[in-house]
Design a protein around this ligand. Structure first.
Ligand code: SF4
Ligand code: SF4
Length: 623
């Protein structure tokens, strides 16, 4: 399918209850048959739930946010966007009731793409038990060609009124592609300013200089899986992380740590993750916590055991940091739209804006000043300033002088800053004024290198699915058929988009081997944990911190016996799950090798490479 550029505008809203007080109506889907259903978001005993009834499969009532108080605070920033001027699907008889079955983006989607994703492979050399997306034995291999990737990048840039500026290459594991550097260069050629690589980082750890090559090609940020600070909470790359951070430090590559949070597995390690990031603040730009979204169908008992939501994770940060980072330090993502709205009002130019649903994400910034942890709201009245900014934007839109409103900002900025607490090296008032009025963003880079971004995004699953959220999504996947699909439609109902389209554009293993004769599609990474743990880098990076103040440090490093016992039990369960899966994978791998060899010899391939563990060297040429 070729992308269709329509001339529509934002024509309808699915429901008119966005930002309303609870209870309110929305739409969801049945986790069993996936039909679209009316749903209610409501409060019960300080917890927010989403409930719907399927005529065939009964009632589904799921936790939506773990705090009514925090939900209502975030709800204040609900802000609807201007929609899109282009869509990538032909218009159906769409009044929104068919969402998410009309994705493309469709005419009802409320937001432009904020961060685009392009999956460059579905292969991965790790087999994490909590991963929802890697090629398993027998799966066809999806690896779009360089031309297909270029077309997807062009398609995203063609979005109006705001062309996409940021792309993340993801997988599977993108570093398994030998032409990754070329892919990044193509993104640069197509005009992308921000290029992010979503990776487990193991190949960066084991290939000195790869981080520098990626940086030189144009990668701005490594979006690095990092689920905890111990081998138990982070089985994926705990031992490799010291090398990865070191390689990125040498390459001047910024890193965002990405922990998937699972209750009872790594939620006791949240403050340690923050602590780790602060100790590496010269490299680590931020943390993006992702409360777990469940893959496929799952029994209620297990969901209740493992479900954690944004306010639950933030409460843990407050608790585990000894109150140094508080719940009130976090704000819903759309709060920043008051800044872009103001710039838009004063310049008359349409701006990139962050108007995702208020329940999708939250964030704050934290500074380390003279060994003390200092969240931004400790010295800057974020809420008051954003409110004031909104009033100024409305005044300009109502016809007041832009110059007068800008002058008001200049004279009032300092009243929102607590000079006594302000980090000495941070000229915050000037920085805000330069960005807002002069549109000089050079000082923002300095702000980012001195602070740590702590964000959360809770991707949805079949059980907490809310159509109001997905239709405001700004994290989108581009597909080779020309469509652009919101993340929570792409991954939550994979049979509709992700799996269906990737299968359509995939090749069989045999075909893939013919064009990649020196590679093994099932190659798995083998770790030498003892060797890695004995390296000086490892010992240095996991040693006790030197920046944080003693309150925080003791909150982290002196856990109770009860906590330690619980952690041990969880660790044992997690390790058993990993071992079980590894055994299954090993058996599958052997079966696959036998099958691949068998097929290759049947096809009378000239002398298959017989060396143990090597794939067939040549098969029939793909046209
Ligand atoms: S998620 Fe967006 S693009 Fe997809 S059907 Fe809903 S409104 Fe349309
Ligand atoms: S990816 Fe999901 S959680 Fe994130 S903005 Fe989109 S709808 Fe919200």
């Amino acid at each position: 399918m070729v992308a269709v550029k329509g001339s529509n505008t934002h024509v309808s809203k699915v429901t008119n209850t966005y930002g309303h007080k609870m209870p309110y109506e929305t739409r969801s889907i049945c986790p069993e048959c996936k039909r679209v259903l009316s749903a209610t978001v409501y409060a019960k005993k300080e917890v927010v739930y989403i409930k719907r009834k399927c005529p065939k499969h009964g009632v589904f009532d799921e936790i939506y946010w773990e705090s009514v108080k925090e939900f209502d605070r975030a709800r204040k920033y609900a802000n609807d966007s201007r929609g899109l001027k282009t869509s990538n699907v032909s218009i159906t008889a769409n009044n929104g009731s068919n969402c998410p079955y009309d994705c493309g983006l469709c005419t009802n989607h409320h937001n432009h793409t904020g961060l685009s994703n392009i999956a460059v492979t579905n292969r991965c050399d790790l087999s994490c038990w909590y991963c929802f997306f890697y090629a398993k034995e027998g799966d066809p291999i999806y690896e779009p060609s360089l031309q297909q990737i270029r077309t997807m990048l062009k398609n995203l840039r063609a979005e109006m009124p705001v062309p996409t500026n940021a792309v993340q290459f993801t997988g599977g594991e993108p570093t398994l592609r030998k032409d990754l550097i070329e892919i990044i260069k193509i993104a640069k050629e197509e005009g992308y300013e921000h290029i992010q690589l979503n990776t487990h980082g193991v190949n960066i750890a084991n290939n000195p200089g790869l981080a520098k090559q990626l940086r030189d090609a144009g990668v701005s940020t490594l979006y690095l899986s990092f689920d905890g600070t111990t081998p138990q909470t982070n089985p994926k790359n705990h031992f490799e992380v010291p090398r990865i951070i070191d390689e990125c430090r040498k390459a001047h590559m910024g890193v965002v740590l990405v922990p998937t949070l699972i209750k009872g597995v790594n939620d006791s390690d949240i403050a340690n993750i923050i602590d780790f990031a602060m100790r590496n603040i010269d490299v680590v730009r931020g943390i993006d916590f992702q409360p777990v979204s469940f893959v496929g169908r799952m029994p209620k008992r297990l969901r209740e055991k493992q479900r954690i939501t944004i306010p639950g994770a933030i409460a843990k940060i407050q608790e585990q940091s000894g109150g140094l980072i508080k719940e009130r330090d976090f704000f819903g993502i759309p709060c920043v739209s008051s800044v872009t709205d103001f710039i838009e009002a004063i310049t008359g130019n349409i701006q990139f804006s962050l108007n995702t649903h208020f329940a999708c994400g939250a964030a704050t910034y934290v500074f380390v000043e003279e060994g003390k942890v200092l969240p931004l709201p400790e010295f800057f009245d974020v809420e008051g300033f954003f409110k004031y900014l909104k009033e100024r934007s409305e005044a300009i839109k109502a016809g007041k002088s832009k110059h007068l409103e800008a002058a008001k900002i200049l004279f009032s900025i300092n009243s929102y800053i607590d000079k006594k607490k302000l980090p000495k090296s941070l000229g915050l008032g000037k920085l805000i004024f330069d960005a807002l009025i002069k549109h000089d963003y050079s000082a923002l880079g300095e702000f980012h290198t001195k602070s740590l971004f702590i964000g959360m995004m809770h991707f949805m699953d079949l059980y907490n699915y809310d159509q109001q959220r997905v239709e405001r999504c700004q994290v989108h996947y581009a597909m080779p058929d020309g469509r652009i699909i919101p993340f929570c439609a792409f991954n939550v109902i994979p049979e509709l988009y992700r799996d269906k389209v990737q299968k359509q554009f995939a090749v069989t293993w045999e075909e893939w081997l013919a064009t990649h004769p020196d590679q093994d599609p099932l190659m798995k990474y083998k770790r030498d944990a003892d060797k890695l743990a004995n390296e000086a880098l490892y010992k240095k990076i996991y040693s006790p911190n030197k920046y944080l103040n003693p309150g925080f440090q003791s909150a982290i490093y002196t856990p109770s016996q009860e906590y330690l016992d619980k952690l041990k039990a969880q660790e044992e369960a997690a390790l058993k799950a990993v071992a079980d899966l590894a055994a299954k994978e090993k058996a599958a791998l052997e079966r696959a090798r036998v099958r691949a060899k068998g097929k290759a010899s049947k096809a009378k391939v000239p002398k298959a490479k017989a060396a143990k563990g090597k794939p067939v060297k040549k098969a029939k040429k793909k046209k």
